[in-house]
Design a protein around this ligand. Structure first.
Ligand code: SAM
Length: 257
């Protein structure tokens, strides 16, 4: 089974739905709304004049938000439909950006540019079979002294939803709809892998990066899972047996040499 093609098809299907969703609210984005959240904005800091590589950029709203903040951006994604829409959005808004269709795990084979920042966020790792390949792409895309930033959904939520917490090296193959409110009941086949935070950190260290920070969060900006409740001024939380479940984590890593 070609898992990459299965996921590419699924993300091509999902992109068409996402473009019309309130969840992504493309109209508000076009009018100037920033799609980035407080966590990544504070962690990454000032991007003005810096080169930024956004891995798994989907149809480019976050990438173009970094561009609006002054970064020179490149977005990479597996989905041809996402890259097509990202380029259309860029042209409509008259923004500078380069979008490349590629599997992030082999992106380093063709890429020659090194960046000041590599960024990735929210729902990225479960689509990847091999985190060592992913981490190698990140390390080779960074200049010496440059930073990698990620914010990801915590795999604790997956565990409570019945998925393996520890890696079992074989994908879950499922037919699933997407997470936006306008999902019309249509499903796509997807292949996903579980990658818990210590596996992620180990892959980055093995690729030669130094971990500068690791934080876990009880609140998510996104209402894209079941059983979440909204807490004003904080975001969405999940309570399990009376206690808050970690919903997100963030990592900052540096290429020291
Ligand atoms: C949940 S989305 C990214 C989240 C992003 N924060 C957003 O909402 O705009 C996941 C993205 O990963 C991409 N993707 C999945 N597998 C990939 C791979 N092997 N290489 C590159 N991109 C991949 C999908 O096409 C999709 O656009």
């Amino acid at each position: 089974m070609n898992y990459l093609n299965i996921n590419k098809q699924a993300w091509n299907n999902r992109t068409k739905i996402h473009m019309k969703s309130k969840f992504y609210d493309v109209e508000a984005f076009k009018k100037g709304k920033c799609s980035l959240n407080k966590i990544e904005l504070e962690q990454v800091g000032d991007v003005k004049g810096k080169s930024l590589l956004h891995l798994q950029c989907h149809f480019g709203q976050d990438t173009l938000s970094w561009a609006r903040l002054g970064a020179k951006v490149t977005g990479v994604d597996l989905s041809s439909e996402s890259i097509k829409e990202a380029n259309l959005l860029k042209e409509t808004l008259g923004l500078e950006a380069t979008f490349i269709e590629s599997d992030v795990c082999v992106f380093d084979k063709n890429n020659k540019q090194q960046f000041d920042i590599v960024f990735t966020s929210y729902g990225v790792l479960s689509w990847l079979e091999n985190l060592n390949d992913w981490a190698r792409t990140i390390a080779s895309s960074l200049k010496v002294g440059a930073e990698f930033h990620m914010v990801e959904f915590h795999t604790f939520y997956d565990l409570l939803s019945g998925y393996s917490y520890f890696p079992n090296n074989k994908p879950d193959i499922e037919d699933e709809g997407t997470y936006t409110e306008n999902c019309d009941g249509s499903t796509s086949t997807i292949a996903t892998w579980s990658h818990y935070p210590s596996e992620v950190i180990s892959a980055l260290i093995e690729a030669g990066l130094s971990i500068e920070s690791f934080y876990e969060y009880a609140y998510s900006p996104y209402n894209c899972f079941e059983n979440l409740e909204f807490v004003p001024n904080k975001g969405y939380q999940m309570i399990h047996k009376g206690q808050q479940v970690p919903l997100l984590y963030s990592i900052k890593a540096k290429k020291l040499n």
